[in-house]
Design a protein around this ligand. Structure first.
Ligand SMILES: [Zn+2]
Length: 157
């Protein structure tokens, strides 16, 4: 891939994020140019919250799929090249909870039979934390915007 092909892959929008990245070739590390955590991970401020830059890059390149653990193939913590990032496994605790089916709860009784798992609600909360809008989240999870808004304001669990 040449540089312009790589740039074409970068999701539209989020210009502020990419302005802080030294985008290079596909095989190179794309190092975060702004401030870093003590452990070397890039630090990105978004809507008043701090997110890890490599996690956010992974998120942008994977259909806005939020995963807890994003790991580096290159062992370079400040790298946000999506080709160098991969998803770590869910924590044992979360897998255990899913396996035992303890995570199903009813939420939003006024929305009829809508039903989300605790894991899904926790995931929606993480999306909220990194600054996604209610509309973006509702489209991804196929929920009503008002429903996401209730989760945001913790009116439903
Ligand atoms: Zn790298």
């Amino acid at each position: 891939m040449n540089l312009s092909e790589i740039r074409d892959l970068i999701p539209q929008g989020h210009k502020r994020f990419w302005s802080k990245v030294a985008v290079k070739g596909a095989d190179d590390c794309w190092e975060w140019q702004s401030s870093r955590f003590d452990n070397g991970y890039g630090k990105y401020w978004m809507n008043g919250k701090i997110v890890k830059a490599h996690r956010f890059a992974f998120f942008l390149f994977n259909d806005l799929r939020f995963v807890r653990n994003v790991l580096h193939k290159c062992d370079n913590p400040c790298c946000v090249n999506p080709l160098h990032l991969f998803e770590g496994s869910l924590s044992d605790n979360t897998q255990d909870m899913i396996a035992k089916g303890r995570n199903r709860v009813f939420v939003g009784s006024q929305n009829g039979n809508s039903k989300l798992s605790e894991v899904e609600v926790a995931e929606i909360r993480r999306w909220i934390e990194i600054g996604m809008t209610d509309r973006e989240i509702s489209q991804h999870f196929d929920l009503k915007v008002q429903h996401v808004n209730k989760i945001r304001h913790r009116r439903i669990r």
